[in-house]
Design a protein around this ligand. Structure first.
Ligand SMILES: Cc1cc2nc3c(=O)[nH]c(=O)nc-3n(C[C@H](O)[C@H](O)[C@H](O)COP(=O)(O)OP(=O)(O)OC[C@H]3O[C@@H](n4cnc5c(N)ncnc54)[C@H](O)[C@@H]3O)c2cc1C
Length: 400
């Protein structure tokens, strides 16, 4: 019992139930007059600790990093696919520049790959003052174990203050391992980052409780402060070939490059020729489409626009379209020039993934649908009439 991360003292608990009311996860039940925390449900959010007026609940504090001042610089973990730097990296460099300036520290990038030294210069052009480069054949493409082991080694070697990583499949997979291995705090899916002017801590803002509130999370006791950041939330750093910086080639123990997995072959997902996260025009469909075949009218519209097709979770859950098309809190974030929402009600979890679009056109037969609250142009009507007419008009106008 003594190893439990959170405990209720049998001596001091009076059974007042204030903690039960304070727990947002319903993890506390009363057993006679004693509060009992279900550790399989508890997220260790700590809301119950100050709620208890009798100091009966105690939570283990994370061990403090010995010397916080030894940790310097803002790091961006660069993501490359087949030697091509992914645009999320440029977005992180754009935001990282601001954080580094506010901290009075350097902006550095970390690049793992094989034969990628030219790409390191690209990172300098986008604002990195230092690029830590690990260039090894074993790192040609992403594998969890060697990537995590090498990044962990570099973090221990150079002690960065802040580490930013894309909230992509690769980023989420690797950085959680690094955070555990280094005992650092990690905040996933940040949509806002800033530096506290007094404490110099990183303020990491992200949606919480189903997107209903924005929570700002701190890691005041440990370093580095690690965050994953969603694609398309921040603007890319512009390239400037005139910028200078240093590429520092890093040697690593060959034992770190060993992996228990190997890639047999690469099969691109057939269903996602256009990456909606990158597209300038996105046509989204929801439950209003009624059946999978009806997505064809959205594909036609998207094709005329040269864009991609997105979907609400309701459509994905109904198996009408693949998950790679899902936009929202548990899907992709898109930021196109125009997002056309067809038969999507506009629940907060969907808005979390598309509300930053430049122009939102909503087509919905319900005039009270919440999507109209964020729409630049709202069309109240039947999507099965409106979408084909829109496609036909655009075909004429665009000469397609
Ligand atoms: C933890 C969590 C995470 C979630 N993550 C996501 C996420 O990432 N993305 C996401 O999308 N959702 C997510 N959801 C689900 C979300 O809450 C909604 O349930 C979902 O977005 C609803 O999808 P919808 O708008 O397609 O369906 P509905 O809410 O059922 O809306 C359908 C709309 O279609 C309109 N309509 C019907 N027929 C027509 C027609 N002929 N012409 C025009 N309009 C028509 C209706 O008026 C209605 O507004 C999440 C939920 C939870 C709890």
């Amino acid at each position: 019992m003594s190893d439990d991360p959170i405990k209720v003292s049998e001596e001091t608990c009076v059974g007042c139930q204030l903690c039960v009311k304070a727990c947002p996860f319903d993890a506390i039940q009363m057993d006679d007059r004693l509060a009992v925390i279900d550790l399989t449900v508890c997220t260790l959010c700590g809301a119950c600790v100050p709620a208890c007026k009798f100091d009966a609940i105690s939570m283990k504090q994370k061990e403090k990093t010995a010397d916080l001042s030894a940790y310097e610089d803002v790091w961006v973990i660069a993501e490359q696919d087949d030697g091509v730097i992914q645009s999320i990296t440029y977005e992180l460099l754009g935001e990282g520049r601001q954080l580094a300036d506010d901290l009075g520290m350097r902006l550095c990038a970390v690049l793992l790959g094989s034969g990628v030294s030219t790409q390191a210069n690209d990172l300098i052009a986008r604002g990195a003052e230092i690029v830590y480069l690990v260039d090894q054949p074993e790192l040609a493409y992403f594998k969890d174990e060697p990537y995590a082991a090498v990044l962990t080694e570099l973090v221990k070697r150079h002690k960065p203050n802040v580490v930013l990583c894309g909230a992509t499949t690769v980023g989420r997979s690797v950085i959680s391992r690094v955070a555990v291995a280094t005992g650092a705090g990690l905040t996933a899916d940040c949509t806002g980052l800033a530096i506290d002017p007094e404490t110099k801590d990183l303020l990491q803002t992200r949606p919480a409780f189903g997107g209903n509130i924005m929570a700002t999370i701190l890691s005041p006791n440990t370093r580095p402060q690690m965050s994953t950041v969603r694609h398309k939330v921040f603007k890319e750093a512009e390239p400037d070939p005139g910028r200078s910086g240093e590429v520092l080639l890093q040697e690593v123990d060959p034992a770190l490059l060993v992996s228990r997995t190997k890639r047999l072959k690469y099969v691109p997902e057939e269903d996602s020729i256009i990456n909606i996260a990158e597209a300038d025009f996105v046509v989204g469909g929801g439950r209003g489409l009624q059946k999978p075949e009806h997505f064809a009218i959205l594909h036609e519209l998207a094709e005329v626009l040269g864009g991609g097709v997105a979907a609400s979770r309701a459509a994905v859950d109904a198996d009408w379209i693949a998950y790679s098309h899902q936009v929202g809190q548990t899907g992709k974030t898109v930021c196109p020039k125009i997002y056309i929402a067809c038969g999507i009600s506009g629940q907060i979890q969907h808005l979390a993934g598309m509300s930053a679009s430049d122009v939102i056109i909503a087509i919905n037969k319900d005039p009270d649908a919440p999507i109209f609250d964020v729409a630049t142009i709202g069309i109240v009507g039947d999507l099965f009439e409106i979408v084909p007419r829109l496609t036909a008009e655009l075909r004429k106008v665009l000469g397609k």
